[in-house]
Design a protein around this ligand. Structure first.
Ligand code: AMP
Length: 210
């Protein structure tokens, strides 16, 4: 399965829950890049400035990364790709690697994307995320468990969000027609609260609700 949609549409949150319910891995190219940046690997050093600006990592790098990941044993009986493909060449390459069951198109307006992403705060040590409006920490600006300061991801700052949206609309949105014309696309309204979106998604995928 592929989860497609603008940044902030909740693909990652839903992918974690579906992956758990269906016992398949959640593969997020963004998470893989951030892991490499955090650990200062060669790949991390190469892509840090690109992620900070909200641009896309070159297709060749990303495609190779996904190809390697999909060859691991745990992906044999299924997987959720979150954040890949993001361009037509990536979709073409993926089509040569695997047969997809379906592509879920998480729909969300630009206005809602900006509202969601600009309010997101992260605890760098654990990866715990909060939202200043929708799920604030108990004490403003502090992690609930450790009391350590929360930060805003560089790519969640307003300028980068606007650029990520532009990149999404220009380079990734064409994938909606690409998959729709192949009869693989299913639309999902991502504007309701997470539990409602999950319920709709679980029905759609015929999952036992977790
Ligand atoms: P995400 O967490 O999915 O929003 O990804 C964060 C950032 O990682 C993106 O803004 C891109 O810079 C990079 N990235 C993630 N997935 C891809 C991809 N499939 N192709 C190119 N760049 C990607």
């Amino acid at each position: 399965m592929v989860f497609l949609g603008p940044p902030g549409a909740g693909k990652g949150t839903m992918a974690v829950r579906v992956a758990d319910a269906a016992s398949i891995p959640h593969i997020s190219t963004g998470d893989i890049f951030r892991f490499n940046i955090k650990n200062q690997t060669d790949l991390g050093k190469k892509v840090k400035a690109i992620l900070d600006s909200g641009e896309l990592v070159p297709d060749t790098v990303t495609i190779e990364l996904v190809q390697d990941r999909l060859q691991k044993d745990d992906a044999r009986s299924g997987f959720i790709l979150d954040g890949f493909p993001r361009t037509i060449p990536q979709a073409d390459a993926l089509g040569k690697m695997v047969t997809l069951d379906r592509v879920i198109n998480f729909e969300l307006s630009d206005e809602e994307v900006v509202k969601r992403l600009s309010g997101r705060r992260v605890h760098p040590g654990s990866g715990r995320t909060y939202h200043v409006l929708f799920s604030p920490p108990r004490v403003e600006g502090k992690d609930d468990e450790t009391g350590e300061p929360l930060v805003q991801r560089d790519d969640d700052k307003e300028e980068a969000i606007i650029n990520r949206l532009k990149v999404y609309r220009e380079q990734t949105q064409p994938l909606i027609d690409y998959y729709r014309s192949r009869g693989m696309l299913v639309d999902l309204d991502s504007s309701p609260a997470p539990d409602s979106v999950y319920a709709a998604l679980a029905d759609l995928l015929a999952l036992n609700r977790a």
